[in-house]
Design a protein around this ligand. Structure first.
Ligand SMILES: NC(=O)c1ccc[n+]([C@@H]2O[C@H](COP(=O)([O-])OP(=O)(O)OC[C@H]3O[C@@H](n4cnc5c(N)ncnc54)[C@H](OP(=O)(O)O)[C@@H]3O)[C@@H](O)[C@H]2O)c1
Length: 239
């Protein structure tokens, strides 16, 4: 297994849970000390690789190295994501570009070669951590909602393309999860721990058929309400 974005939050919890279930997991992220702390939970099964997903040119060689180290590959979880704070009235291309690079392009750069490999093998599972934020264009952070909408659509397309060849592509759309990304943010509700989000994510992935799921499931009702809401009303909400 490979977990990209495994140094903290949901990705770290997913990696630890997979290792506890007996998998050997390559854990990837930029922060070496945080990765080492995650690996310390089970040094035999959690193998750290310092990696910046914005360095897309390095991915093919790193993927081959990891596959050789693991002795094969049966799954990829892409959990890397950034959501820089955006003040009211702030329009910041640098922040938007960072989100496109990490939340979307990095996912494509990892999923494309892995999906090609899984399609040829007629087996394998790809999990993408998207977000309920991608359901609608929210005024609070246009770039974040746009990258998550694009990631959700990309994952759906990947599923439609590869599931006929035995590849499971799982889209996970969490609501609020108690991680560094949400720390100190106002208006949070139904907050779950990263361990709980990880447990539910892995349960969806293990079902062995392609899914598109909110985590926890009750966010599906919120997503439906938000999707059906007339634009003139949604615009007035402070989300
Ligand atoms: N928390 C929520 O409420 C929530 C809700 C919906 C969706 N999500 C999504 O869940 C995913 C995980 O986020 P989280 O809440 O667990 O936050 P987090 O603790 O901040 O985790 C983000 C992870 O992404 C990695 N990452 C960021 N930039 C990277 C880069 N350039 N290269 C490699 N790795 C990078 C980070 O590692 P390094 O910084 O060490 O590189 C870290 O491991 C994200 O995709 C987020 O959008 C979160």
């Amino acid at each position: 297994m490979i977990v990209v974005g495994a140094s903290s939050g949901i990705g770290a919890s997913i990696a630890r849970e997979l290792a506890a279930a007996g998998a050997t997991v390559a854990i990837l992220a930029r922060r070496e000390a945080e990765l080492a702390a995650v690996a310390a939970h089970d040094p035999r099964r959690l193998l750290p690789y310092v990696h910046d997903v914005a360095d897309t040119a390095s991915i093919p060689a790193l993927l081959e190295r990891i596959i050789a180290d693991l002795g094969g590959l049966d799954g990829l979880v892409y959990a890397a994501g950034v959501m820089p704070d955006l003040a009211e009235g702030e329009y910041a291309f640098a922040k938007d570009a960072a989100m496109v690079n990490v939340n979307l392009l990095g996912a494509m750069a990892w999923m494309d070669p892995v999906c090609a490999r899984f399609e040829a093998a007629r087996a394998g599972t790809i999990v993408g951590i998207s977000s309920i934020a991608g359901v609608r264009g929210r005024r609070a952070n246009p770039g974040y909602t746009a990258t998550k909408a694009a990631l959700t659509t990309y994952l759906e397309a990947l599923r439609n393309r590869a599931s006929r060849y035995g590849v499971n592509v799982v889209t996970i759309k969490p609501g609020f999860v108690d991680t560094a990304m949400t720390a100190g943010k106002p208006g949070l509700f139904w907050l779950v721990s990263p361990d709980e989000a990880a447990r539910q994510t892995i349960a969806h992935a293990r079902r062995g058929r392609s899914v598109d799921a909110f985590v926890p499931a009750r966010w599906a009702a919120v997503a439906l309400a938000v999707r059906l809401m007339p634009s003139a009303i949604f615009r007035r909400l402070n989300v």
